[in-house]
Design a protein around this ligand. Structure first.
Ligand code: ZN
Length: 304
């Protein structure tokens, strides 16, 4: 079965601000590499991401958050926090990014195979109440909530290997035992959350680690946490919150992974949930060429 690659041209229309690391060039690099390595040889195909429905967003976000973004959009945009800007085209991009994640979940749960969402803005810092850290809507959380509430899925595992803690995702599900959330992240680092003792209802598996962590230790610690998360749980949907800013040399991170690690990690997580439908949504990663290589290694492993 070929891998579905979900995206939309509107995702390039979000301008996060002059000199901002979360730039359209990231997605252009990823799409180009996916095209060359997977689409051109028939291993993957592009599908157009729909705009997310309000009904789906409201499974995670408050009406006040949606209304606030809409108001700011109508007023010509502005800064939501010192890192996060809503400009012309940002809301459309965010709606396509979340819509991609939802369609990916719908397809995967229906048995139509795995999907990778090549989208921006990223999502895992967006809380139910607010945008933050480059993120407007929490794409992964919305997909997980749709799976639970609309698709009849009973257990969702989210694996977040972005170098930053996905505080928004943890907040969305800290009281939801049907979702287990594994996050390995640099500590101390932005956003300052994700301590080992923050366990939710026993469903949050946080692995904070210092900068410079050797790649072998990163892999071992992430997989150990995944083992704990799947014990007695058997997810029927696995969602990768796939940031690639844990790569060595990333301008926003201090970890030491190489692109090939993401292919191996994808396979290793997959082995731990062999019956699960699989989807993945792009989060961070700020060296466009390295990001493109790593995302493609991950997508190739999803496609295999
Ligand atoms: Zn990140």
């Amino acid at each position: 079965m070929s891998l579905a690659l979900l995206s939309h041209p509107a995702c390039l229309g979000h301008d996060a601000g002059p000199g901002h690391p979360e730039s359209p060039s990231r997605l252009k690099a990823v799409a180009g590499k996916l095209d060359r390595d997977l689409v051109s040889v028939g291993r993957a195909e592009w599908l157009e991401a729909p705009a997310v429905r309000d009904l789906d967003l409201l499974l995670v976000h408050t009406a006040r958050h949606l209304g606030g973004l809409r108001q700011l959009d109508a007023a010509g945009g502005g800064w939501l926090d010192p890192d996060t800007r809503l400009g012309e085209g940002s809301l459309d991009a965010a709606r396509r990014a979340a819509g991609a994640a939802v369609l990916a979940a719908e397809r995967a749960v229906a048995g139509e195979g795995p999907a990778f969402c090549a989208v921006r803005p990223p999502g895992h810092h967006a809380t139910p109440h607010r945008a933050m850290g480059f993120c407007l809507f929490n794409n992964v959380a919305v997909a997980a909530a749709v799976a639970l509430h609309r698709l009849g899925v009973e257990r969702v595992l989210i694996v977040d290997w972005d170098v930053h803690h996905g505080n928004g995702t943890a907040d969305a599900f800290r009281a939801e035992a049907r979702v287990r959330y594994v996050s390995i992240h640099q500590w101390p680092h932005y956003p300052g959350t994700g301590g080992e003792d923050d366990v939710g209802v026993g469903n949050l598996f946080h692995v904070p680690r210092p900068p410079g962590l050797p790649a072998e230790a990163y892999v071992a610690d992430l997989l150990a946490a995944t083992d704990r998360a799947v014990a007695g749980f058997e997810p029927s949907l696995v969602i990768f919150s796939a940031g690639f800013d844990a790569l060595r040399g990333d301008p926003l991170g201090g970890f030491t992974l190489e692109p090939a690690h993401y292919g191996a990690l994808t396979c290793a997580v997959r082995e731990r949930a062999p019956e699960a439908a699989l989807i993945s949504v792009l989060e961070g990663g700020y060296d466009p060429l390295r990001l493109a290589e790593a995302a493609t290694a991950h997508a190739a492993a999803l496609a295999s």
